[in-house]
Design a protein around this ligand. Structure first.
Ligand code: SF4
Ligand code: SF4
Ligand code: SF4
Length: 241
């Protein structure tokens, strides 16, 4: 039931993507920064950072439009990716882009205004033929990377939003805030590996249990592992650290 609900939510989010595209756009943030404006997408990225403080990367498992696309692409290529190598690429892209945004604000003389509908004056992101081309290019990019690389390939390799979520998650951990997470009872584990096979992000959950911690900055709290475990080793919970 939990997974059906989750998949329904991410499907709706994916169907809404023509409306919401600009609010996730790295270009809209950049264009806003060139004019000294805080755009809707930059506001959304800040909100993702704040959500990470308490909910880690739950956005990626439960709400992101690209989550639906990535999960449907799993049926074509479900192999786990080399997360360490792709993380470096992802953080490299993010650093360049974010440094560019800061530089643009500096060149524009600082923040001159907040315009949530910057480049989305008609509320709907995809409202002219050129934007349809961009929309389909984004879909193609995310699907293609998952087809080629494997499980959530685009999330691991190019996503410019995940560093905000991960940053919030790490800060929340450091501040010892109560965070939503997967709790475990390692002594009940029989090392069947069902959780590993189901993990959306290619995390080796059973190995983590053996080592004493399943904490992972890549965990998107999708709950696939909790549903797969027949020994009730894994469950959702919050724990004040
Ligand atoms: S990693 Fe990025 S694209 Fe993937 S689900 Fe999370 S926010 Fe969306
Ligand atoms: S560890 Fe579990 S909750 Fe986290 S991403 Fe993997 S399957 Fe989802
Ligand atoms: S599915 Fe449960 S019992 Fe099997 S390896 Fe994972 S945590 Fe252990």
């Amino acid at each position: 039931m939990l997974q059906r609900t989750r998949k329904a939510i991410i499907l709706v989010s994916l169907l809404m993507f023509p409306v919401t595209l600009n609010y996730f756009s790295p270009y809209v943030s950049f264009d806003g920064a060139m004019n000294g404006l805080v755009s809707g997408s930059l506001i959304l990225f800040a909100m993702l950072f704040l959500s990470g403080l308490f909910f880690g990367r739950a956005w990626c498992g439960w709400a992101c439009p690209m989550a639906g696309l990535s999960e449907y692409a799993l049926s074509v290529n479900g192999k786990s990716v080399n997360t360490k190598k792709l993380r470096k690429i992802r953080l490299g892209i993010f650093t360049l882009w974010f440094a560019g945004i800061i530089s643009m604000f500096v060149l524009a003389g600082g923040i001159r205004g907040v315009v949530p509908l910057h480049m989305t004056e008609r509320f709907i992101s995809v409202d002219e033929p050129m934007k349809y081309i961009i929309y389909y290019m984004v879909l193609l990019l995310f699907t293609g990377l998952t087809f080629v690389l494997g499980k959530r390939g685009a999330c691991h390799s190019i996503c410019w939003m995940s560093p905000f979520l991960e940053g919030g998650y790490r800060l929340g951990r450091w501040l010892k805030l109560p965070q939503l997470r997967i709790l475990s009872k390692p002594l009940s584990c029989i090392s069947c590996g069902a959780c590993d096979r189901k993990c959306q992000m290619g995390i080796n959950v059973s190995e983590g249990l053996k080592k004493g911690s399943i904490e992972d900055a890549d965990c998107i709290l999708c709950g696939e592992c909790t549903g797969a475990c027949k020994k009730d080793v894994l469950s959702f919970g919050t724990r004040k650290r």
